[in-house]
Ligand binder design. Structure first.
Ligand code: HEM
Length: 78
């Protein structure tokens, strides 16, 4: 897991990517509010039933402003 702008940009462009995002910012947001939209390859990132190990409720437990802040912060990271 390397959430950051270059990595997010690489993933949205990759052929395996199956989510709806088109930009790094959209991908980071999607990964927070809908982690199962695309799960990074690797057995340790999935539960036994194939779901992302990420909590699935950040879209309801965080405010819109908190999610905006997380996306903005993670975009500054490599
Ligand atoms: C506010 C808290 C969190 C934020 C903002 C966040 C953000 C993200 C983002 C942006 C990604 C995509 C990264 C990539 O594509 O390289 C990601 C993936 C991932 N996160 Fe989180 N995360 C949070 C909490 C957690 C927690 C609590 C766990 C584990 C208990 C976790 C485990 C993972 C794993 C294993 C992945 C890779 C699998 C996947 O793509 O779903 N994260 N996270």
């Amino acid at each position: 897991m390397r959430p950051g702008a270059p990595e997010a940009a690489r993933i949205v462009r990759s052929r395996q990517y199956r989510g709806k995002a088109r930009t790094a910012a959209q991908y980071i947001r999607e990964s927070i509010v809908d982690p199962n939209a695309y799960i990074v390859p690797g057995a340790s990132y999935r539960t036994a039933d194939g779901q992302s190990v990420m909590p699935k409720d950040f879209g309801t437990t965080l405010s819109a402003g908190e999610i905006d802040d997380l996306v903005a912060f993670l975009l500054t990271r490599r």
